[in-house]
Design a binder for this molecule. Sequence first.
Ligand code: GLC
Length: 560
Amino acid sequence: MSNKQWWKEAVVYQIYPRSFQDTSGSGIGGLNGVTQRLDYLKDLGIDVIWLSPVYKSPNVDNGYDISDYQAINPEFGAMADFDRLLAEAHKRGIRIVMDLVVNHSSDQHPWFIESRSSLDNPKRDWYIWRDGFAGGPPNDLTSVFSGSAWEKDEKTGQYYMHNFAVAQPDLNWANPELRKAVFDMMTWWLDKGIDGFRMDVIDAIAKPASALAANGGKAETCFGNPLLHEYLKEMNQKVLSRYDIMTVGEASSATVKTAPIYAGHDGAEVNMVFQFEHTWIDHDPKLGKWRYAGFDLLKLKEILSRWQTALHGKAWNSLYWDNHDQPRAVSRFGNDSTEELRVLSAKMLAACLHMMEGTPYIYQGEELGMTNAPFKTLDDCRDVEIFNAYRDLVKGKGVLTHDEMMDAVQKLGRDNARTPMQWDAGVNAGFSTGTPWIGVNPNYKTVNAAAQIQDPASVFSFYKQLIKLRKERPVIVHGDYELLLPNDKRLFVYRRNFEGKTLLVICNFSAEKVEGIKPADLWKNGAAGRKLLIGNYAGEPAEPGEPSLIRPYETRVYLR
Ligand code: GLC
């Protein structure tokens, strides 16, 4: 397979439709809202939209619980609206990648309703049913959303597996009929003309024997069981390989060793995976994200550099700070304590990520430097993960106090990313004329698209320039990677090389100025001949171009 593929050169923009643009006054964003904003996205310069689920769903997990894979959630519009969105996007040269949520369905999906109806229903085996053990669940498998991953169904007395919410029963990929139904559904969407899939928790589709055993024993995690690669290869042969599309698998268990199995240059499975290591650096080793453990730049550098180096020439990376499951990057890895630092650090983070090797993903609002939500109470929250964790850790086990839990919710909770897109300084940030389903971040009066689109010094304009640079400079897409100053606790500096060109990326992750960096630390043979491609401060430091002084949250990208 040649090294030149459109999805390597592309920049992807993720839309969480519920929070993007409402055109009906319902307080919930929809498909027509996305269509209405296509020109904004075209102006930004992105190539691909990843649309979070828009399928029919009872919304226990905001659409990640699907009750009909071939119908649109009426809250978001109708299939005709989807068809129009696809056509309008394609007219502008923008591709659309759909979310594919097939580790589980909703418990309201007709497949599950049939499956649970009796022990001998033909669809019984499309889900994972087991007898209990000694009056309890089959084994100790736990759900990502807290508690046991087994739910007893009174009708037949058996338990079904749910790695997420109780309303998200896991599909049984070991059943060939189920696999065929999934592949047929995927083919139906691809024949409609969509441009690929982002595959939700795809690393959990194959369950290990211990998780399936009804023996009251210890279950291994369902994430990362090697059998999943057999299913992905089959999916690739039967479906994906027949289309010119882009595929990205969400794989929290992926390591630099396993990522090339999924996303190797042989193209046998998917084009790239979302790895998670860098999103865990500020989680407590025991309580996970519900006890904030602080941000350590050295860890971040080690992780991202390891992925850069290990995959180069072998497999393709995806690059992201943010998505609908993560807090806002500028609040997390940057600094939102003042308007000046917010803007500087949002740009610095953008350059740091977009100059690496891999396909960059921008999550809606990231291009504006949107920040975490100042939610104070559980009433402000909407996320099932937060509610379940609160019930489990505060009310149940009592390992966290209310205040500790709310602190973690504010720092790391998923609702931070789900507040409405901030379009302008008008009512509800221009998101909706109704009551938004989740609160608007009150900083929308200053942080909004209308204020940034025309401003050459805005975060939006900076993203636009980064995207443009990617199209002009092959070293950004294809260069190798070399970390410099690995032990510096404030600076993240790396170099990329490709066909005689060198890119030098300097990022200050601190609010301090860093002095005394010598050109010899950064360039192999002196700094002569380098050109500043982009930076977040006006002009270069006083000395003729030498990066001896790096200002708070400064980034500079040089090319030679
Ligand atoms: C993925 C999604 C997340 C969802 C979960 C269950 O991690 O990104 O939003 O809750 O899968 O579908």
